[in-house]
Design a protein around this ligand. Structure first.
Ligand code: MTE
Ligand code: MO
Length: 409
């Protein structure tokens, strides 16, 4: 368990990068870390680290090409249909461009006036440890949009994708089971079609005009440049990410990340303060804790007996940042955001699917070399990275920061 990616994971991200024509996996990691390390609570829409495929990547389209791709607010349309006569799924009133029934942006936003949802969500890639950014996403539940389509029979899953060029290998798609779209536990938020981010239109870079947002899921379910939804009788997940060996139903994991995992030097007698960001996944977060160990082994093997004898000491989770409401877009009050009560207080803090900042501080140990590890414990009592045995279901390895304590001269 350490802060570097396993070889398999590097291959995974590397593949994404190769398809996107982006830099190497290591560069992608570094850039994402740098962009997200300044502890903002809401990340400006254009400051998210970007993960997207395509050649050209749709966010680079301009002018006439953008109009042709139907990625301007005026030209955007959503089609909802079934695969065709050979599929058992039948939809009473499909939305189609050909028939002039496709949903346009004003139509979607009108649905939002009556039935809008607002959700604070950190976007996190399944194969990149720290979140790419956190935003306030606004939109309409997919199940409310589907009311437009009349009766739906014999469907078991929805497939959906965004704009991509004509080559099939460029298609980036994802899927949801029927009941993930229609059913939700009390107080839970099912998937929605977002048309606003941090109070403004969703910029092309973030997948606008309209992006699917799946609250509990890693980034790959939140399809950018959304244009097509198909209800099918096929039970199989068709997610592009599944092809790359990932779990297509992974939930966001609870995990702690250093704001800066680079080695640091202190002087004996200093008080040491280290900060970071925790991602709050499906199981919520109970606490963060740290372990200071003599040594300079950043990568401690999973089977190393040291894990069993580690002394973990509680750190602290910062409260909701003061005045965070002031960071909210104009006209949006905290009580309008999912997870907040009528008085504008979070129902649970930290809120699921968003981030929390944490701090660990202690008096410096005697001079020498040390390893600092910080982990989360979730509301089920599992310490990061448990309970899963590892592998392709979302990175949440325990990170290590090396500390040198110099004697006072
Ligand atoms: N259409 C489309 N949507 C996409 C992708 C893509 O390549 N194409 N990449 C996905 C992946 S893998 C991630 S992690 C997130 C990244 O979101 P961001 O670029 O807004 O940070 O977008 C998702 N949505
Ligand atoms: Mo991703």
């Amino acid at each position: 368990m350490d802060d570097s990616m396993t070889r398999r994971q590097i291959v995974g991200v590397g593949l994404t990068a190769a398809i996107a024509g982006a830099a190497s996996a290591a560069d992608e990691q570094k850039a994402a870390a740098a962009k997200f390390s300044s502890r903002p609570y809401l990340t400006p829409s254009l400051k998210f680290a970007d993960v997207s495929r395509g050649n050209p990547i749709p966010r680079t389209l301009k002018g006439e090409a953008l109009v042709k791709a139907r990625l301007t607010p005026e030209t955007w349309r959503l089609e909802i249909d079934v695969p065709g006569a050979d599929d058992a799924a039948k939809l009473e009133k499909p939305l189609s461009i050909a028939a002039g029934t496709a949903l346009d942006l004003p139509g979607l936003m009108k649905l939002g006036e009556a039935n809008g949802v607002r959700h604070l969500k950190a976007m996190q890639c399944q194969n990149i440890a720290f979140p790419l950014g956190q935003g306030l996403w606004e939109g309409v539940l997919l199940r409310d949009v589907l009311k437009r389509c009349g009766k739906l029979v014999d469907a078991r899953r929805f497939y959906f994708w965004g704009y991509h060029n004509d080559k099939p290998e460029q298609k980036f798609q994802s899927s949801l089971a029927m009941n993930q779209v229609f059913d939700s536990a009390p107080g839970e938020l099912p998937p929605f079609l977002a048309y606003r981010l941090n109070g403004g239109p969703i910029p092309l870079e973030r997948g606008g005009p309209v992006r699917m947002v799946v609250p509990w899921a890693h980034g790959f379910k939140s399809i950018k440049w959304l244009q097509k939804i198909v209800a099918t009788s096929d039970v199989r997940a068709n997610d592009t990410y599944a092809n790359d060996g990932n779990d297509p139903e992974s939930h966001l994991k609870t995990a702690a990340y250093f704001d800066d995992s680079k080695p640091a030097k202190f002087r004996s007698g200093d008080s040491i303060v280290v900060r970071g960001t925790a991602m709050v996944g499906l199981p919520g977060i109970e606490r963060v804790e740290y372990w200071l160990r003599h040594g300079s082994t950043a990568k401690l093997a999973d089977e190393d007996p040291a894990w069993a004898t580690a002394r973990w000491i509680p750190g602290s989770i910062d409260p909701l940042p003061d005045g965070w409401c002031e960071g909210l877009p104009k006209g949006v009050r905290a009580k309008d955001v999912w997870g907040f009560d009528a008085n504008g207080n979070p129902k649970e803090w930290p809120s699921r699917y968003s981030i929390a900042h944490w701090t660990v501080s202690f008096a410096s140990p005697p001079p020498g070399k040390y390893e600092l590890r910080v982990r989360t414990v979730d509301k089920n009592g599992f310490a990061q990275p448990m309970p899963r045995p590892g592998g392709r279901t979302g990175m949440n390895q325990v990170q290590c920061k090396l500390l040198t304590i110099a004697p006072v001269t």
